[in-house]
Design a protein around this ligand. Structure first.
Ligand code: FAD
Length: 370
């Protein structure tokens, strides 16, 4: 038997949660399905830019009340050099465990029917239906696809024309340090970067992104090799391997969804994947979820393809700038030039941070730190 509903949201990360909240607040009957049964970590740096903070504020969520640590500066370390730059607006560090839980809680308050611990196994785009792990079928007038970094059979992202080798993401928790207060610290090395920031419990979130071809021998070997190239990072890790880590392979930075499936809104990382060093993925997920829900509320499922095309257009410039920065930071020559340039003209750092944003600057009432 198939249950029919107006809107189905697959995935309860920032994109799916926000879409579901907006739909439920407008009175639409909506179900959100997420395969995780409760609070969980996810491969993410936990950096919340000013635009993400403002979008959370729109939902009545104050990240600082959730324990987020304020961040005003970017510390860059590469090839034995380091520099510190002001961010254009105040940002914050918060674990995804806490952020995602707060968003799911908000969705429940808004009246979303939340089904956790249930994996969607496959989708039928023509029917706009999904099959859950126990064989149950659900059909939606519209399907909001928010599975983030994970592909759903039947609606996998079309990566056929993605020309690069996708990247690998790794996350672990490290002991925090007083010198991390107020900063997002980024260590640049060949093929990628590692980011560190303080999260709500005072520990440090350590997240790295690296070209997949560097992972030939396994994660511990990769981290050992990176520690040799980034001695400051090795110091911070006291030369030790994290006790445990999460990893994700196949992150297609720079990819954007084309509008080709009627009735399907691809949001968050299913719609556009910005290079993680821009620290804007969560904001894009929040904005895309809200924007897709508003489009549905205005025009119904029929506007999904138009919305997707518009989102593809809107995300083009921020993604392209973030890709240029990612490629520049990944190679020794351009990395050296980048560090020199930023040392001479520190304001360029703030400009780059602004240009990788998908939304107009909104500071959620918080002050510029520039
Ligand atoms: C290494 C790395 C570091 C990053 N650091 C940052 C950062 O510091 N700041 C920032 O803004 N962005 C960062 N990003 C990007 C950010 O993590 C993503 O852009 C963001 O999480 C996308 O949100 P989403 O809701 O689309 O997907 P996700 O957050 O991935 O959520 C997807 C949800 O879908 C669920 N799901 C998946 N498949 C199924 C299924 N079949 N059935 C049911 N549920 C399913 C999952 O359980 C999950 O809850 C980083 C990315 C990487 C790779």
């Amino acid at each position: 038997m198939t249950t029919r509903l107006p809107a189905l949201v697959v995935g309860g990360g920032p994109a799916g949660a926000v879409a579901a909240i907006a739909l439920a607040q407008a009175g639409v009957e909506v179900q959100l399905i997420d395969r995780q049964s409760g609070p969980h970590d996810s491969v993410c740096g936990g950096f919340l830019g000013w635009d993400a903070l403002a979008a959370l504020g729109d939902l009545g969520l104050d990240a600082h009340l959730l324990g987020a640590r304020p961040i005003q500066r970017l510390r860059l370390l590469a090839d034995g050099r380091h520099l510190e730059l002001p961010l254009p607006y105040a940002a914050a560090g918060l674990s995804r465990r806490t952020l995602d839980e707060a968003l799911i809680g908000r969705a429940a308050q808004a009246g979303v029917v939340i089904r956790r611990g249930r994996a969607v196994r496959a989708a039928d785009p023509a029917e706009r239906s999904i099959r859950l792990d126990d064989g149950e079928h659900l059909k939606g007038d519209a399907l909001f696809l928010a599975t983030g970094k994970h592909e759903l059979r039947g609606l996998a992202r079309d990566l056929a024309r993605y020309r690069e080798a996708p990247c690998v993401g790794i996350r672990a928790t490290l002991p925090g340090g007083a010198d991390l207060a107020g900063v997002i610290e980024m260590h640049l090395f060949d093929g990628g970067y590692a980011g560190l920031l303080l999260q709500e419990d005072g520990s440090a979130n350590f997240c790295l992104s690296v070209a997949r071809d560097r992972l030939s021998d396994g994660v511990p070997e990769l981290i050992q090799a990176i520690m040799k190239e980034a001695p400051h990072l090795a110091d911070r890790m006291a030369g030790k391997m994290p006790h445990s880590f999460e990893a994700i392979a196949g992150v297609p930075y720079g990819w954007r969804a084309a509008a080709n499936v009627p009735g399907i809104f691809r949001i968050g990382d299913q719609g556009a994947v910005i290079a993680s060093l821009a620290g804007d993925g969560i904001a894009i997920a929040l904005h895309s979820g809200a924007s897709a829900a508003q489009a549905y509320l205005r025009g119904g499922a029929d506007v999904a393809m138009d919305w997707q095309e518009e989102w593809r257009r809107r995300s083009r410039r921020p993604l392209a700038i973030a890709e240029a920065l990612r490629h520049g930071a990944a190679g020794p020559w351009a990395r050296g030039m980048l560090m020199q340039l930023l040392r001479r003209v520190p304001a360029l750092g703030a400009q780059a941070a602004l240009f990788t944003r998908i939304s107009a600057p909104r500071t959620g009432g918080r002050k510029s730190v520039g």
